[in-house]
Design a protein around this ligand. Structure first.
Ligand SMILES: N[C@@H](CCC(=O)N[C@@H](CS)C(=O)NCC(=O)O)C(=O)O
Length: 220
């Protein structure tokens, strides 16, 4: 089993973190031939990373579906909460971030180092991202982790974009850092920072994002 993806991709990071949470040894490889190559198009005609290649050769795209697959195949260490309402909360947090915030963050990432970037697109992305994060925050449990007392898919879905926001959207584009203050994101970030596995992953992922930012600032 291996995951095809790139380290700065928040969706690749979601799956890598989820696997780590479950104690799975998941190997990551870059897309063969590059993201836009015919070789990778043959693997995923949608052209997006990550893709999980299972031991029996199945190719699975879509980060949340990959996580659910890992959960089904490796149930020993659960990556979803136990009760149906909490499971739904974990899945909703990931889904609502994906549907209502992720694309806004991508717009901002694409503006890094672009001298003539569209200011209206930037303002719309900032407003949309703030609204999307608000929708997510209202879904978060009043508990240590995003969907309850134990870490889950919800934390794995939120950590990469929040690290990315703390490195890019907040310092470079003026978005209010959602982890500052005493809201749910603020409390959650304290939990994440005190959790060795999550904070270790956050540091690794932040380095990958930093590398991408430097590349874009250098015109790459
Ligand atoms: N819904 C997908 C989104 C995947 C996605 O957007 N991946 C980005 C990298 S973070 C990508 O492959 N972009 C390449 C492109 O759009 O050309 C998931 O959850 O896996």
């Amino acid at each position: 089993m291996k995951l095809i993806g790139f380290p700065p991709s928040p969706y690749t990071a979601r799956v890598m973190l989820f696997a780590r949470l479950k104690g799975l040894d998941l190997v990551r490889e870059s897309p063969p031939g590059g993201l836009h190559s015919p070789e990778f198009k043959a693997i995923n005609p949608i052209g997006k990373i990550p893709v999980l290649q299972t031991d029996d050769g199945q190719l699975l795209p879509e980060s949340s579906v990959i996580c659910e697959y890992l959960e089904d195949v490796h149930p020993a260490v659960p990556g979803l909460p136990g009760s149906a309402p909490d499971k739904a909360r974990a899945r909703l947090i990931a889904r609502v971030y994906d549907l209502y915030a992720a694309a806004r963050s991508t717009t901002l990432m694409r503006q890094i180092g672009v001298a003539d970037a569209d200011p209206k697109a930037r303002e719309a992305a900032l407003a949309g991202l703030a609204a999307g994060l608000g929708h997510v925050e209202r879904l978060m449990a009043d508990a240590a982790y995003a969907a309850g007392a134990r870490p889950s898919l919800a934390d794995c879905a939120l950590l990469p974009p929040i690290v990315q926001i703390k490195r890019v959207a907040a310092p470079m584009f003026g978005l209010q850092d959602p982890t500052l203050g005493n809201g749910r994101f603020g409390k959650w970030w304290k939990t994440i920072s005190a959790d060795a596995m999550f904070s270790g992953f956050a540091q690794e992922y932040d380095k990958a994002v930093q590398g991408l930012v430097e590349k874009r600032l250098a015109g790459g």
